[in-house]
Design a protein around this ligand. Structure first.
Ligand code: SF4
Length: 350
């Protein structure tokens, strides 16, 4: 328990954003909102939350959907493993819990894709159980408020803040308190230039009184980002287009893109045509390269994708289609779930 929670809760009541999952006790909908909001801005997530709750109002309906339909509805949000895990977990809830959302922290934490953060958010908000929710906003608020200078991206720093959050969590209404700390981080104690003059915790804040608001929290270092070079072959034959369904452990599993030749670095057209991958697809055919678009840059958490798209017309059939490729009618392309990078190209060139 702490001295400042009444002030914080009062501030929260007066300032919280009006969001559709606020005031909801349905654990399924709270779970949906938490999964959607990981790595996503609230404004963008809102639209997806409404789509999902409308199309799949219950966990059983979500479990019964096809993965393709879920990925299509998720399209544009990124981090597609979230959608696949969510679908998997919905099936687990139907199979193990007879379609009723589990009610204990442990059983929720055991669901596929559910980590400490999400399990704590669901149990504290839906069931009023005293589990602290610690997301990026909370790390920042507590680091400043308590003057914790251990890097928040280190195991030790995370542990320190989690322990502080657990100790400070009030027993009554932990869910509202958790949401209030997160909202303070989102609206007031922002990463740059926190609005300390409007902050209800100003008098208690270590960083404010020691003029350290721009020094805390400390981060130990950025994750290395890997550059990848993707040469997409957008092959058209008559009214059809060759799509590729992504499988395996790489990015965008389950989504569709085009056949691709990945290279170590950006590559000229001459060199691309000379690769064994190109020859394996076109053998003796001489397809017409209609246009080359790019480079398109696309940033993922640990990768920077540099993509170019070659629009290729071929009148001859391709004897051996590249693995996991299939022809689709060009006018039906919008029915297929594709990552945003591919969507950008399609909306400009197809
Ligand atoms: S006083 Fe400033 S730094 Fe401290 S918690 Fe409030 S907004 Fe954050």
């Amino acid at each position: 328990m702490n001295d400042w929670s009444p002030k914080l809760l009062k501030w929260y009541e007066a300032n919280k954003r009006d969001l559709p999952w606020r005031g909801v006790n349905d654990a399924y909908k709270i779970w949906l909102s938490e999964v959607i909001l990981q790595q996503t801005r609230v404004n963008q997530g809102l639209e997806y939350y409404n789509r999902f709750t409308e199309k799949y109002p219950t966990v059983s309906k979500l479990a019964a959907a096809s993965e393709h339909d879920i990925l299509k509805l998720w399209q544009g949000l990124g981090y597609y493993s979230r959608a696949r895990n969510m679908h998997h977990a919905a099936k687990e809830i139907v199979a193990i819990h007879k379609g009723k959302f589990p009610v204990t922290y442990e059983s929720i934490r055991a669901l596929k894709g559910v980590g400490d953060y999400t399990a704590a958010a669901i149990t504290s908000i839906a069931y009023k159980l005293p589990y602290p929710v610690v997301d990026g906003n909370v790390f920042r608020v507590y680091s400043r408020l308590l003057g914790i200078s251990t890097p928040i991206d280190s195991t030790e720093g995370k542990k320190k803040i989690w322990e502080a959050a657990a100790e400070l969590l009030p027993k009554s209404n932990p869910g509202i308190y958790n949401q209030a700390v997160m909202e303070l981080g989102a609206l007031c104690c922002t990463p740059k230039n926190p609005n300390c003059t409007e902050c209800p915790l100003q008098t208690a804040c270590y960083a404010y009184s020691h003029k350290l608001t721009n020094k805390l929290p400390v981060k130990q270092g950025k994750t290395k980002v890997r550059d990848r070079y993707l040469n997409y072959l957008v092959i058209e034959k008559g009214d059809s287009l060759l799509l590729h369904n992504r499988k395996g452990k790489d990015i965008w599993k389950g989504l569709n893109d085009f056949p691709c030749i990945e290279t170590e670095e950006a590559i000229s057209l001459e060199k691309l045509i000379a690769t064994k991958e190109w020859k394996a697809i076109f053998s003796a055919n001489k397809p017409v390269i209609e246009s080359v678009a790019g480079p398109y840059k696309h940033i993922l958490s640990h990768q920077r994708l540099n993509a170019q798209f070659l629009k290729i017309k071929t009148s001859k059939s391709i004897k051996k289609l590249p693995q996991d490729c299939f022809w689709v009618e060009k006018k039906k392309i919008s029915k297929y779930a594709v990552p945003r990078l591919i969507e950008r190209y399609i909306s400009n060139y197809l």
